[in-house]
Design a protein around this ligand. Structure first.
Ligand code: SAM
Length: 215
């Protein structure tokens, strides 16, 4: 039987590259722990630690490691937080968030494609993450039963911020969300007395499809 490779050296090289981009130590440490090769289709495992997106089936992608790292850093994730992710995909980004917030925290991730919801659940289970739940559904509606959330991470591009997500964010909470159809910009949203939007960078994401997304 073929022996399972651990890919430690490749993972270390990926983390060293991300360090040169200014990613925080907290996020680098989490990414050193998460076995990205367990979250990509088997035939792409040897490419799992390259800094680029990879196809995961159903026309969807696992985001590039630098994008996962930047989004986690923008959110300023802390131990014990409750986080909502829209677009579970492979489950990798949820696993990185779960590493950062620790077992006192919890990640709820929503995925609209049944096959990917099952793929991400299987990957998270194999990688050993118990404080992450993947729900099948339209993430533009959020997940009111577990709201409010400290942080919300949207990993697909929306026409604008879906109102239910803003409602389900705690006062003092933060959300990262790519906005735009062709030209997309990643925004950091902070909910205080009002709502502040900070433009972060240009990005390329698959579309958020749903009631408050694209149709
Ligand atoms: N975070 C993922 C990962 O770590 O692999 C990558 C996400 S991929 C770039 C975007 C995902 O968002 C796709 O799996 C897509 O099916 C999903 N998606 C699109 N619209 C959605 C919606 N309304 N609700 C939930 N998921 C959605």
């Amino acid at each position: 039987m073929e022996e399972e490779r651990g890919y430690e050296e490749e993972r270390r090289r990926m983390v060293e590259l991300l360090r040169t981009y200014g990613v925080s130590e907290k996020v680098l440490e989490a990414m050193m722990h998460v076995k990205r090769h367990l979250f990509v289709p088997h035939h792409l495992r040897d490419q799992a630690y390259g800094d680029y997106p990879l196809p995961i089936g159903e026309g969807q992608t696992i985001s590039a490691p630098h994008m996962v790292a930047m989004m986690c850093d923008y959110l300023g994730l802390k131990k014990g937080e409750k986080v909502l992710e829209i677009g579970a995909g492979s489950g990798y980004h949820a696993a990185v968030i779960a590493e950062i917030i620790g077992e006192a925290g919890y990640v709820y991730a929503i995925e609209r494609i049944r096959w990917l919801a099952e793929f991400s659940r299987g990957n998270l289970k194999r990688a050993g993450y118990k404080h992450v739940t993947v729900m099948l559904g339209d993430g533009t509606l959020g997940l009111p039963e577990h709201a409010p959330y400290d942080k919300i991470s949207v990993t697909c591009a929306a026409p604008d911020v879906p109102p239910p997500l803003l409602e389900q964010l705690k006062v003092g909470g933060k959300m990262v969300i790519p906005i735009g159809r062709y030209m997309q910009v990643l925004y950091l949203i902070e909910k205080r007395n009002g709502v502040e939007r900070e433009r972060k960078c240009d990005v390329v994401f698959v579309p958020l499809i749903g009631r408050y997304g694209f149709h």
